[in-house]
Design a protein around this ligand. Structure first.
Ligand code: HEM
Length: 151
């Protein structure tokens, strides 16, 4: 039977990665659906999207932490780590930085557009949607890297 510590770590790792990805998926569509709606709806959608972003950051960090633990459990440290895992480590750091320095300011701009009418609201959603697309692409690349096992 596989090492139980490995099994627990890998299940937790995958659950954190999936949560970090999935929790932000409804944000874009919900913010778009608020176009033409009252101020209260916009505020509620904005609060929900910002909260989802914060939770996604936390689960992204947990994915990173469990990934590091797996490096020690599975490969006995950094010396024997395959290139694919090193690349994943770099990419998730890029994602964490993008979340903090790109997506969060965009979220704050959406909040500032609440009282500026539907056109400003719609315009503020465009870069946010683009950022979400880039984050999803990076996430998918990391997922693929997890399954490539160079011998
Ligand atoms: C979007 C982020 C990530 C996703 C979706 C993800 C997903 C996965 C999945 C599905 C597995 C199981 C693979 C298998 O059983 O063959 C796995 C294993 C693993 N992940 Fe990640 N991962 C992510 C980020 C990371 C990061 C950043 C690191 C390094 C710090 C990392 C290190 C590992 C390690 C060492 C394993 C065990 C590999 C093995 O048993 O051969 N992961 N990950």
């Amino acid at each position: 039977m596989a090492d139980p510590v490995y099994l627990i770590l890998v299940v937790f790792h995958i659950a954190c990665a999936a949560t970090s990805f999935g929790i932000t998926l409804p944000s874009g569509p919900s913010l778009r659906r608020a176009i033409g709606q009252s101020r209260d709806v916009k505020v509620a959608m904005h609060v929900a999207a910002m909260r989802a972003g914060r939770l996604s950051d936390i689960f992204g960090l947990l994915t990173f932490a469990t990934g590091l633990a797996l490096i020690f459990n599975r490969f006995g440290g950094f010396k024997n780590v395959p290139m694919t895992i090193n690349a994943a480590m770099g990419l998730i750091l890029v994602m964490i930085a993008l979340g903090a320095f790109f997506m969060r300011p965009l979220g704050i701009k959406i909040g500032a557009a609440i009282d500026q009418g539907d056109d400003a609201w719609r315009a503020s959603l465009k870069p946010f949607a683009m950022g979400n697309g880039i984050m999803s692409l990076l996430w998918f690349v990391i997922l693929v890297l997890m399954f490539i096992k160079p011998s």
